[in-house]
Design a protein. Structure first.
Length: 105
C-alpha cells in the first residue's frame, strides 16, 4: 500500500491507497480542494466541516449534471409509494397473524 500526503481546504492528510494509484488520488484531492476553495469563497467563513460539506454538495451537483449529460439515469431515489407501503404493511400483518396461529397449533 502506498501513502500519499494530500491537502484539502488548507489541511494536510496522509491517505493510504493501492500502489500505482497515487497520481489518481492526488488528482482527485485537487478537485476536492478546488471545490472546498470555491465553497469558502462563495460563502465566506465556514467551519472545516461545513466547508467540506459544501464541497461534497458541489461535487455531487457536478456528478449529477455529468450523468444527465451522458444520458445516465438520475441516482436520486424516487419518492416512496405510500400505497405500496400500506399494502406491504397489511401483508406483513397477515403473515404475522398466520405465523402466530401456526406457533399456537
Amino acid at each position: 500500500m502506498a501513502q500519499v500526503d494530500i491537502e484539502v481546504a488548507g489541511r494536510r492528510y496522509d491517505v493510504v491507497c493501492r500502489d500505482g494509484e497515487e497520481d489518481q488520488l492526488r488528482s482527485l484531492s485537487a478537485i476536492v480542494d478546488k471545490r472546498a476553495t470555491d465553497a469558502a469563497a462563495a460563502l465566506g467563513s465556514l467551519t472545516e466541516a461545513r466547508q467540506l460539506l459544501f464541497a461534497a454538495l458541489l461535487l455531487a451537483d457536478d456528478l449529477k449534471d455529468a450523468r444527465a449529460g451522458a444520458g445516465l439515469p438520475d441516482p436520486t431515489p424516487p419518492p416512496p409509494d405510500t400505497a405500496l407501503a400500506e399494502a406491504l404493511e397489511r401483508l406483513a400483518a397477515r403473515v404475522e397473524g398466520v405465523a402466530s396461529r401456526l406457533e399456537q397449533a
